[in-house]
Design a protein around this ligand. Structure first.
Ligand code: ADP
Ligand code: MG
Length: 240
């Protein structure tokens, strides 16, 4: 089953006729199947964040389309898109984007609160997902009282709590030390392997990328090369 598909995605910042315009994406075609764990790598300025923002409905392409689970997201109205993003997509960013005034558990429950789920269901789901990420014992703490790696696992829990069709992650280890990066990547890997979550992760870090099963390299706004993992993570790391 294809979860995500793009056709000839083009993004020009500043308008087509503007002499100062930037062609950030130059006709990207990609497809992601259910249960894949795909990395997107490329030099700074190659269009990775632009691509992820368009896939997540945060930004609009100049032309081309994005289909997620048979829904053409450009065709959605602003309100439909907001609901679609909340119910179908999970986001993990370099900045953890946690709310300082909420406990870790409340942060995880936030998407469900917006969806008006019942309190006992929210409690049960938050508990289940936080146990999965081994952070339930600290669930009543506040973000500023836990480590960066723990904060990122809270962000991952929040991204997963609504059972999204796809998780979109932009440099999720960008602000973490190597020990925390390892820990967060193992969590994403576990999500993919044990829950069959479909993940698309942008990273420039070969270590983080080595946890993926397939890597798309982009250069100057287009797909340049693709490699798939065959052996163990170390072998993949060396190839990357
Ligand atoms: P990456 O995430 O791979 O570093 P980006 O997607 O952020 O790359 O940027 C791709 C290109 O688009 C770069 O040349 C960048 O300067 C340009 N760009 C990104 N965002 C904007 C914007 N909001 N306005 C104008 N140009 C932008
Ligand atoms: Mg970027």
């Amino acid at each position: 089953m294809i979860v995500l598909q793009t056709k000839q995605l083009i993004k020009i910042y500043g308008g087509k006729k503007d002499v100062n315009s930037t062609r950030a994406l130059n006709g990207v075609d990609m497809r992601i199947e259910n249960g894949e764990f795909v990395g997107v790598m490329g030099p700074s300025g190659s269009g990775k964040t632009t691509l992820l923002n368009i896939l997540g409905g945060i930004d609009k392409p100049t032309s081309g389309f994005v289909k997620i689970m048979d829904k053409n997201i450009e065709a959605l109205s602003k309100d439909e898109l907001a609901i679609f993003r909340r119910k179908k997509l999970g986001f993990v960013f370099q900045e953890f984007n946690l709310m300082d005034s909420l406990t870790l558990k409340e942060n995880v429950m936030l998407p469900m609160i917006l969806n008006k789920n019942k309190p006992d269901i929210m409690e049960a789901k938050a508990k289940e997902i936080m146990e999965f990420f081994e952070i339930y014992d600290i669930c009543d703490k506040y973000p500023y009282n836990v480590s960066g790696g723990q904060q990122q696992r809270v962000a991952a829990s929040r991204a997963l709590v609504n059972d999204p069709d796809i998780i979109l992650a932009d440099e999720p280890t960008g602000n973490l030390d190597s020990k925390s990066s390892n820990n967060v990547m193992k969590c994403l890997e576990k999500m993919n392997e044990e829950r069959n979550s479909t993940i698309l992760m942008v990273t420039h870090d070969p270590f983080a990328a080595s946890f993926c099963k397939r890597i798309i390299f982009i250069k100057d706004g287009n797909i340049n090369m693709e490699i798939a993992r065959k052996g163990d993570r170390k072998e993949f790391f060396d190839r990357i």
